[in-house]
Design a protein around this ligand. Structure first.
Ligand SMILES: [Zn+2]
Length: 392
């Protein structure tokens, strides 16, 4: 219709223009199973397909409402970054693209940050918006992430980052790539303050984001079936001239290879985050409820911990700033959070270690009857070594 649009008055284009806003559509086609899902049902299911559990995109606003207690949170004001520093133009002016996405999403750029509480623990959360230019990381996203980290340090709260990105924003060229070291330094800042940095990898997280802060978390949680990787599948296949496995760059594959700590269904995400932040911030744990299901619903207040919060002073997060007792980076945080939520923080000497010592003593005694004294001396020395290690 090019020749026609060239000779017709501008107004006529609008008549034939296709509506590009599909937010009002009643039915959504699932990319996982192809079924049509009623939009309202999808919203109630937090954008998880009821038939095949395919996890669809979630807007930052919905994401924040979903994870924070009572859906309440305070937005962090992000610094106003330079718009279009290179005066870039491809098929369209970058400035126009920005304007268009701002109008459509109602957001300034591809990152939203907020503070609030998860299961009564104060946290800072940042969410990348894939709907804003593919969640690409430009100056504004980098600035936003740094600001979120700064607020986390100010408040001595953990930072939870929800990633969703196609990579660095090509319209900002080297300035976009520079956000990789910048965000890395922001993560270092959190580490120096002894604050947990939890990354929730959502579909898709690729490129420069994956190569910087998305892979620097203390704990990496991934949503099922998410595409997570640096370079695209086709690029790698063409470079190495090999066929890649079917599940390559999917959450489950990365879990198997040790890049991801845990894959969590979106409906269990809040509970998992609640447990994790409690463990990592040394926050008093909830006591199992009468039905034997501890921590099943962080929203429903259980009174038991309220007392402990009151006892610990006005600010329940006063301890947060201290280095958490659980060592970050070792294999325990996720396990501790999910397997042993009741007593994850060994106070002085872990009981398992004392058990280990006595067990060792017993086995040596029974096994080697001869030269009793020698064995005894050796085992005592060994026990001392183990205790010394524990004390460290
Ligand atoms: Zn489906």
């Amino acid at each position: 219709m090019n020749w026609l649009s060239n000779i017709t008055p501008p107004g006529i284009k609008n008549i034939f223009k296709r509506p590009d806003n599909n937010s009002d559509t009643l039915w959504v086609k699932c990319k996982g199973c192809g079924e049509m899902v009623f939009q309202r049902d999808l919203e109630l299911a937090h954008h998880v397909c009821p038939s095949c559990s395919h996890h669809m995109l979630m807007s930052p606003e919905e994401r924040l409402k979903f994870i924070f207690d009572d859906k309440k949170f305070d937005r962090i004001e992000l610094p106003d970054a330079v718009h279009d520093p290179l005066k870039f133009k491809d098929t369209k002016k970058y400035a126009d693209r920005l304007k268009e996405h701002r109008k459509r999403t109602g957001e300034q750029d591809g990152l939203v940050a907020a503070t609030g509480t998860i299961d009564d623990v104060e946290v800072v959360a940042a969410v990348q918006n894939f709907g804003f230019m593919g969640g690409s990381m430009g100056i504004a996203v980098g600035e936003g992430f740094v600001r979120a980290a700064e607020v986390a340090v100010e408040k001595a709260a953990p930072l939870i980052m929800f990633t969703a990105s196609g990579g660095a924003r090509m319209q900002e060229s080297i300035l976009a790539l520079m956000q990789m070291p910048r965000t890395t330094i922001a993560v270092e800042m959190l580490r120096d303050a002894g604050l947990p940095f939890i990354v929730v990898l959502t579909n898709p997280t690729t490129g420069g984001v994956m190569a910087s802060f998305a892979m620097l978390g203390d704990v990496h949680i991934a949503e099922p079936g998410a595409l997570l990787g640096f370079a695209g599948r086709r690029v790698i296949e063409q470079t190495i001239r090999e066929k890649l496995p079917q599940e390559f760059q999917k959450s489950e594959f990365l879990l198997e290879k040790g890049m991801v700590d845990i894959v969590v269904h979106r409906h269990d995400l809040k509970v998992t985050l609640a447990k994790l932040v409690r463990v990592l911030t040394n926050f008093p744990q909830r006591v199992a409820s009468a039905d034997g299901e501890p921590h099943s619903k962080p929203d429903t207040g259980i009174d038991t911990h309220q007392n402990t919060v009151k006892n610990s002073g006005d600010n329940p997060n006063a301890e947060v700033g201290k280095k958490p007792n659980v060592k970050l980076g070792v294999e325990t945080p996720v396990e501790a959070a999910l397997v042993k939520p009741k007593n994850p923080l060994p106070s002085a000497l872990p009981t398992s270690l004392t058990d280990k010592v006595t067990e060792k003593l017993a086995s040596k005694k029974s096994g080697k009857g001869k030269a009793k004294n020698k064995v005894k001396k050796e085992t005592i020395e060994e026990a001392e070594i183990i205790v010394d290690k524990a004390a460290e």
